[in-house]
Design a protein around this ligand. Structure first.
Ligand SMILES: *[C@@H]1O[C@H](CO)[C@@H](O)[C@H](O)[C@H]1NC(C)=O
Length: 301
């Protein structure tokens, strides 16, 4: 394909998730498989190689500083240090001046990570989100308002902690993309060997997730066109399935099911009856054998 995009032989790509970011020091969460699959298909089809440049300041999408500079991957795009950011994110109007966004790659549900399994806490927390108008977005607005009211409670390093249960404490909830939350929970389970956090049963507000480019990037059109082709070919769904956590063992309903079907190990007293019948049988057959021997001896005389 001869077009603008082929001017970039090696694209510099912003991303902060492993396994694409191979440096184990940088991030501990095992996400990024979805991005890796999509990026590799794009690179293969559009004939480019790429180099991953993680943001050097903060391993997130970044936030706006008072002087107008962005941090994180958005900062990389603003400074035009990279050709593209492949960490999928929800488009934010606040970033429009510094980045262009791609065709929606996936739609994701937001989920709420809560401590496990405090049922009462669960319902108090989720009731705040009971607004069901998912298309308009009062839920996110409410959350955003809350975050503005309590900026000190914002967690900027959620992606870089080993164990999500260390930041989701009593009376607190963390709103995350569902698949991301499931990865965190799986990670936490592996570390603690128990479920310390879980997801509130209901998800809310399905949102499009996009890649992003520096403002007025020449590659937007071709990449978008190829993303559309990938979607029509079912490759996006394939990547989603490949990268999903197989099942959430810390889901409350799952845990209940496991408890209900729990296999109780057999104890000696459960099988004592069988053993006593067996022993009785041995004794009886021994006596019979003995009697038979006596009769045989008597008849041969
Ligand atoms: C904006 O502020 C940050 C930190 O306060 C600084 O690192 C950055 O260089 C500043 N940007 C500009 C364009 O002055």
């Amino acid at each position: 394909m001869l077009n603008k995009a082929s001017d970039f032989l090696c694209w510099l790509v912003a991303l902060f998730l492993s396994p694409l970011v191979k440096d184990k020091e940088l991030t501990t969460v095992s996400m990024g498989i979805f991005e890796e699959i999509i990026l590799n298909i794009l690179a293969d089809k559009m004939k480019f190689t790429y180099e991953i440049i993680p943001p050097s300041d903060i391993l997130t999408l970044g936030y706006l500083q008072p002087n107008g500079s962005w941090t994180g991957t958005t900062g990389q795009l603003q400074r035009k240090e990279v050709d593209m950011c492949v960490t999928t994110s929800a488009p934010a109007s606040s970033k429009t001046p510094v980045q262009d966004i791609s065709y929606p790659v996936v739609y994701v549900d937001s989920a709420i990570v809560i401590p496990f399994p405090k049922e009462e806490t669960k319902w108090i927390v989720t009731s705040t989100f009971k607004n069901k108008e998912a298309s308009t977005n009062p839920t996110l607005k409410k959350i955003a308002d809350n975050m503005r009211k309590h900026p000190e409670r914002r967690i900027l390093n959620a992606f870089t902690v080993d164990d999500i249960s260390t930041i989701v404490k009593e009376e607190a909830a963390l709103v995350l993309v569902k698949s991301t939350a499931e990865s965190f929970i799986e990670n936490s389970y592996k570390i603690n060997k128990e479920c310390r956090v879980t997801l509130a049963e209901k998800t809310f507000f399905s949102r499009p997730q996009t890649f992003s480019y520096p403002k007025h990037s020449p590659i937007v059109k071709t990449v978008d066109y190829n993303l559309l082709l990938l979607q029509q070919a079912g490759l996006i769904q394939y990547a989603e399935k490949r990268s999903a956590v197989p099942y959430n063992r810390c889901s409350v309903s799952e845990a209940k099911k496991i408890a209900a079907n729990k296999v109780v190990p057999l104890k000696l007293k459960d099988v004592a009856g069988a053993f006593s019948i067996l022993i009785l049988g041995f004794i009886l057959s021994f006596i019979l054998l003995f009697i038979e021997c006596i009769f045989k001896k008597m008849s041969t005389k």
